[in-house]
Design a protein around this ligand. Structure first.
Ligand code: ATP
Length: 262
């Protein structure tokens, strides 16, 4: 069953300098099956976040359509949880109450939502910070709290915009492991953005590589490797190096005059 589908999607924004519409992404067609994990990789500014924002119903496409679980997306969808690059924690709520927010909206009673929130805070290595406010946490801690909040609603579809970018290398690997296990065991579907090539390979069934703006999909790479539920072990496989090399070539990393990743 297809769970996320983009049909020939394009999105343009008004260029502030010229006042004209300028495409950010164009001709995007993709389909992601239930239980699949797919990563979007591409140069800065190629439109990855724009795609995720259309998947979550925040932006309407300029052309084409987006479907989640067979329903055309015209507004934010209940089955989808998204985590944006900016953590968007509410400054006036404690970390615990931020994590429990989605459950509160869904009408889950207080004791149960705090139980779920606290379980996730432990998983995201934030034990002891339940009663703190966002401004009292580091950037990496806030990012972990935002991830816990996304996981708390236990959505069928997750759209994650660089969820691990503010974390140190070791915390990142531990949280990737937790997320990968959860996605695999619960057969959740995820589309996520990363600039970290090995992270994309370690976590995904497939990678979609995008061109520079206006972004379009230039290559699909199927990660035909075992251990999708165990990225710590997958990272050690000998196939990782060559796959990373192929991605570096596609993104022209190291070819100074053509470099597209900033
Ligand atoms: N609301 C908006 N209004 C005008 N232009 C926008 C808007 N959102 C995005 N853009 C432009 O669209 C292009 C794609 O932006 P987007 O954030 O989707 O790229 P990205 O691939 O996610 O970048 P990065 O990897 O740096 O996060 C950029 O040139 C950006 O300036």
């Amino acid at each position: 069953m297809v769970e996320i589908e983009f049909r020939d999607v394009g999105k343009s924004f008004v260029d502030k300098q010229t006042g004209e519409l300028r495409p950010a992404v164009s001709n995007i067609s993709l389909s992601i099956a239930k239980g699949e994990v797919v990563s979007l990789i591409g140069p800065s500014g190629c439109g990855k976040s724009t795609l995720l924002n259309m998947g979550s119903g925040i932006y309407a496409p300029t052309s084409g359509q987006v479907f989640i679980a067979g329903q055309q997306v015209t507004k934010p969808v209940r089955e989808v949880a998204f985590m944006l690059q900016k953590d968007l924690l509410m400054q006036w709520r404690t970390i615990e109450d931020n994590v429990a927010l989605g459950l509160e909206i869904a009408g889950v009673d207080k004791a149960e939502r705090l139980r779920i929130a606290n379980e996730l805070l432990v998983k995201c290595h934030l034990r002891g910070f339940e009663k703190h406010y966002p401004y009292q946490l580091s950037g990496g801690m806030r990012q972990r709290a935002a991830l816990a909040r996304t996981l708390a609603v236990d959505p069928q579809v997750m759209l994650l915009d660089e969820p691990f970018s503010a974390l140190d290398a070791q915390t990142k690997m531990i949280l990737q492991q937790d997320l990968a296990k959860m996605l695999y065991e619960k057969k959740r579907t995820a589309l996520f953005i990363t600039h970290d090539l090995v992270e994309g390979i370690a976590l995904s069934d497939r990678l979609l590589v995008m061109s520079e703006r206006p972004g379009t999909i230039i290559e699909e790479i199927i990660i035909d490797l075992p251990l999708r539920d165990n990225p710590l072990e997958r990272r050690k496989l000998p196939e990782i190096g060559p796959l990373q090399g192929r991605l570096m070539d596609l993104l022209k990393i190291g070819k100074e005059e053509d470099a597209v990743l900033h």
